[in-house]
Every structure is written in structure tokens, then in C-alpha cells.
Design a protein around this ligand. Sequence first.
Ligand SMILES: [Zn+2]
Length: 198
Amino acid sequence: MDGGAGIDGEGWLSGAERRPSPSQDHRPPGTNIDLLVIHNISLPPGDFSGDWIDDLFLDRLDPAAHPYFQAIAGLRVSAHLLIRRSGRLLQYVPFEQRAWHAGVSRFAGRERCNDFSIGIELEGTDEIPFTEAQYARLAECTRRILRRYPAITEDRIAGHAEIAPGRKTDPGPAFDWNRYRRSIRGEGRGIAPELPLD
Ligand SMILES: [Zn+2]
């Protein structure tokens, strides 16, 4: 059924650490999942040392832990996947469910992209280059998602900035779209298309 993608009926990706988020709900009935959205996030911004993203997506971020958190604690947000700097892969929402990553958004004339998209967060910032391990993991995840959800064609992979212009800037200029797109096709350096996830 999943064509070897390693994605179960609910949309859990094998090899990802599962952290079920309370910030999710059902997609509208009959939704065809046909968009992939790439983001970046770090908490506090530019700091890659803690597990604060986990806390945010699990709706348990302590507003007293850092001044920046006061503004965002209590926001009900999530993504399907997070790829940390090391390439570590976490899943908060199964793909068949709606994660709350895009906010007010529009793609090809359709609003509310959360309804029909899968969201992947890369731990990072707009300006700091992403790691080799992140590009490798992202390529692997993307190929598996596209195999399982073939309506997500290559031209239906977008950055958050593209679907929420003027409001969002991620994944930002540091994200190498050309490298990413080549890697989805199995081209480019260090790419082993069928390399299993650990
Ligand atoms: Zn974003």
C-alpha cells in the first residue's frame, strides 16, 4: 500500500521518534494531501542546544525559561516532522492528521494550507547554513513522502515564505533549494536514494 515508503496507515514514518502533539486535528473529509511545506525554527532563535522546540510542539513550553518564550508559550502549533541539526528526526503529527504549521496561508489560490499540506521543520535560522545531516535526512524523508503521497509533485513543495508572503520568511536564504531539489531526484553529493533510516 505504501509502496515501500515506510509510512503506516495513520501516516507515521518509520525511523522517526514519535512525539504525539496535542496541537493537531482532523483534516477536512476527503482531503487530498498535495503540498509539502518547508520551514525553519529554533528556540530560542539561533540556539540549537535545547529541546525547547519539543516543548513548544507538545504545548508545554515554560514561559519563564527564556524571555523569548513569553510571547510564544501557549501558541498551539506543531509540524509533522522536525529535523534537528544532527539529522535526528522527530514526528509530532501523523501525516493523515492536520498539523498547525502554516497559519494564514495560500498556495495556488487555495487558502488554509494546513488542511492539505505536510509541514517539515528544519532546526535553524534564515541565515545560518543548514547541516549536511539535515539535507540528507530531508532528502530521504521527502522521497518517502512523495512515494506515499504522489499528489505532492515536485512543483508542490514550497517554503513557508512562499505561502505566507509578508508574514513569514522561512526557510530563508540559507536554505539551498537547488541542492534540495537535486537531492529529491537522487542527484548530487552523498546521496544514496535507498539508504535506510536509522
Ligand atoms: Zn514556518
